[in-house]
Design a protein around this ligand. Structure first.
Ligand code: ZN
Length: 361
């Protein structure tokens, strides 16, 4: 008999180790405690059980480094909120652990300047920035009313996509809190991660989420980072044709379009990985993994879907010489506008270098 037990993401009962720490949240515990409750989003303890100091969605050091306290972020549910005001419940212990395990290293890499994150990923792999982005993606969606809407839909007119959203948010949570239970995260449990230079001009920060596509884009200084959380790296292969045609640093607007390609690739993935958690017999060793088919299968490229994602990524469209705003919006929605490539598919080197995505997007 195997010394470990393997659980799918939707296990019925939460598993605790010998010290009482949850090593695997059940489906219902995840929804009730983490998504809908006011418990610490890492360990699941309540305010009655632990001291809380709450956690900024975008970490405080990022808010300081890029002067974001007064700027507004539009949450995935469409509500604009000041970055500095947006926190979620977190206990003091988990908050300090997060600083030690992730924030201090990420902050040092960002302060080290352009190229430092790429060098780190080349030398040590992408787990640190990936986990850090998974935490931000998770925090952005926790307490989001759309999450509850999906839950209601499960009870009522449940759809397959609603199941997907919950199942894969559960997986993001498992990976994002792996540091807390010292779990091993296998390569297949991670998704696509792409780090690249951005020539931002006066724009040094950007953030955009693609909720359904489980994709997050972040620009920190002159570094762009795209992470996809439930594709076991499939999207990176799908968008290789896009990446290979990019011949230099991209502008912030071009970077968002690149993120659209990753998001679309993930939405087009037909045979999604199946994620699981192994717990050792003594319940003290946890491994999070994913099982994929031999080859990823994608739907055919659909211009309409590309347009839908571009429209969402550019709610305030960047100006295009000779076109009215309405024409640009219509072109984006139709999937006919690219800021990355010209009509011949050539990379646009000097296009919109100074354009800044709207802060509220
Ligand atoms: Zn906690």
């Amino acid at each position: 008999m195997s010394p470990t037990s393997s659980y799918p993401a939707t296990t019925d009962v939460s598993i605790r180790n010998q010290t009482g720490e949850v090593v695997l949240f059940s489906w219902s515990d995840f929804v009730e405690t983490i998504c809908e409750g006011r418990a610490c989003f890492i360990c699941g303890r309540t305010r009655a059980e632990a001291a809380f100091n709450d956690e900024h969605i975008v970490p405080n050091w990022v808010l300081h480094a890029f002067d974001l306290h007064k700027l507004k972020i539009t949450l995935p549910n469409g509500t604009p909120t000041l970055y500095g005001n947006y926190t979620i419940p977190c206990c003091e212990r988990c908050n300090s652990e997060m600083s030690r395990a992730l924030e201090s290293d990420m902050s040092a890499l960002v302060k080290a300047g352009p190229g430092a994150i790429q060098d780190h990923v080349a030398a040590h792999g992408g787990l640190l920035p990936y986990t850090w982005m998974a935490l931000i993606f998770l925090k952005l969606h926790l307490n989001d009313r759309r999450m509850r809407m999906h839950l209601d839909r499960r009870k009522g007119d449940a759809t397959i996509s609603a199941d997907y959203v919950w199942e894969h948010m559960h997986h993001v949570h498992a990976v994002a809190r792996a540091f807390h239970i010292d779990a091993d995260v296998e390569l297949n449990a991670m998704g696509s991660m792409f780090v690249f230079p951005v020539d931002g001009g006066d724009c040094d920060f950007d953030l955009h989420t693609f909720t359904e596509a489980q994709t997050l884009y972040l620009q920190l200084g002159q570094t762009g980072m795209i992470a996809v959380f439930d594709d076991s790296h499939a999207a990176t292969n799908r968008v290789r044709w896009v990446i290979e045609r990019i011949m230099g640093a991209v502008s912030p607007v071009q970077a968002r379009e690149l993120a659209v390609h990753f998001a679309m690739a993930n939405l087009d993935l037909e045979n999604r990985p199946r994620f699981w958690t192994h717990v050792s017999a003594d319940r003290n060793h946890v491994t999070i993994g994913g099982t994929t088919d031999a080859a990823a299968i994608f739907r055919r490229y659909d211009r309409g879907l590309f347009g839908h994602l571009m429209e969402g990524a550019f709610r305030t469209p960047p100006p295009i010489l000779g076109k009215t705003t309405e024409e640009v919006m219509a072109g984006l929605a139709a999937g006919e506008i690219s800021f990355l490539f010209d009509a011949d598919g050539e990379f646009l080197h000097d296009h919109l270098q100074m354009s800044k995505p709207d802060e509220t997007n």
